[in-house]
Design a binder for this molecule. Structure first.
Ligand SMILES: [Zn+2]
Length: 328
């Protein structure tokens, strides 16, 4: 069997176990299927709800991972966080979830075909983070997204892929129907660089997004009391611009809704880009395998993964602060 398939299977079992261990606090559903592979096989895509149903409705926060099939550290960080959160031993880790103050909705593995095939793109060779159709201003050639060939990385495709449509359905169901809450979402990636970036929109333009002030305030809030200050916060375009970022699309769509509804709710997508180069001097051997550059060395993977638990908890907690605080 393919190594990637075994890995995918392990992650799926962990998703099922989270649903089991969480009891009445967790609901698992299959939200759709991946793009078909050449042999006509489609992989199921799962969605987890964690917390009381009323909290999911009133105060949802999103966690998304596994958009790029090589960046498996993101999937592991998301699963580790949820496992820790629902386990009986750690009920004091995040009591707000069990008191019904906040609900988490999670797509832990949006590109299972990419994970199984050990590829960045989906089974049709399309890079889901270049797939939204949004045109960037001065995106770097090739890396910023292109339409040359699906055989090359960063291929944009010509329409929304099944995986992208699932993210669309997910944000519509849980976030776009909400007219009152401040709703952050974090999409976990990994890759180049030695520091962790926490980005807000836009990826397509250097212009500031309409919620730049709230984003800045949230970044300060996360860094308060000397916590989470090792992360670099800012708009993604400060690092690089790309075509077709899905979060640009959904962020702009929600902004339109706010204008029409005159509501004070906000949908605030973020991207966590885990810098996986910092351990290369200590573990140079990791570069000898394909996923090495996108993931920590196996020797210190577990320690690295645990580091994100408190960051993700405090990120979800942002939505427990009164909306008026963020808006003033
Ligand atoms: Zn990525």
């Amino acid at each position: 069997m393919l190594k990637g398939l075994r890995r995918l299977n392990r992650y799926e079992n962990r998703i099922f176990k989270i649903a089991k261990d969480g009891g009445k606090f967790v609901r698992l559903s299959q939200i759709g299927f991946s793009r078909k592979t050449k042999d006509n096989f489609r992989f199921p895509i799962y969605c987890l709800e964690i917390g009381a149903k009323s909290a999911i409705k009133k105060n949802p926060v999103g966690i998304v991972a596994g958009v790029h099939g090589l960046e498996t550290i993101g999937v592991r960080v998301a699963l580790d966080f949820l496992e820790f959160l629902v386990s009986d031993k750690h009920k004091d880790f995040f009591p707000e979830v069990f008191k019904g103050n906040v609900g988490i909705v999670c797509l832990p593995m949006i590109n299972p075909g990419g994970i199984a095939k050990t590829s960045r793109s989906n089974p049709a060779g399309i890079d889901l983070m270049r797939n939204s159709g949004i045109e960037a201003v001065n995106a770097p050639f090739f890396f910023g997204g292109h339409k040359i060939s699906p055989k090359l990385p960063y291929y944009r495709g010509n329409h929304l892929e099944p995986e992208s449509r699932i993210v669309n359905r997910f944000v519509n169901k849980y976030f776009f129907s909400n007219k009152t809450a401040i709703m952050p979402l974090i999409d976990i990636h990994s890759g180049f660089g030695t520091v962790d970036h926490v980005w807000w929109p836009f990826a397509f333009s250097h212009e500031a997004c309409a919620d730049e002030n709230i984003y800045k305030k949230m970044a300060l809030h996360l860094k308060k009391n000397n916590l989470h200050k090792e992360y670099e916060y800012g708009p993604q375009s400060e690092t690089y611009t790309t075509h077709g970022d899905l979060w640009d699309k959904f962020y702009l769509e929600y902004r339109n809704l706010i204008e029409i509804r005159k509501s004070k709710s906000r949908f605030l997508p973020w991207t966590l880009e885990i810098g996986t180069w910092s351990d290369i001097p200590d573990y140079p051997k990791k570069l000898s395998h394909r996923r090495g550059i996108f993931n920590p060395a196996k020797e210190n993977k577990q320690a690295v993964i645990k580091n994100y638990r408190s960051f993700l908890r405090d990120f979800v907690r942002l939505s427990c602060v009164k909306p008026s605080y963020w808006l003033k």
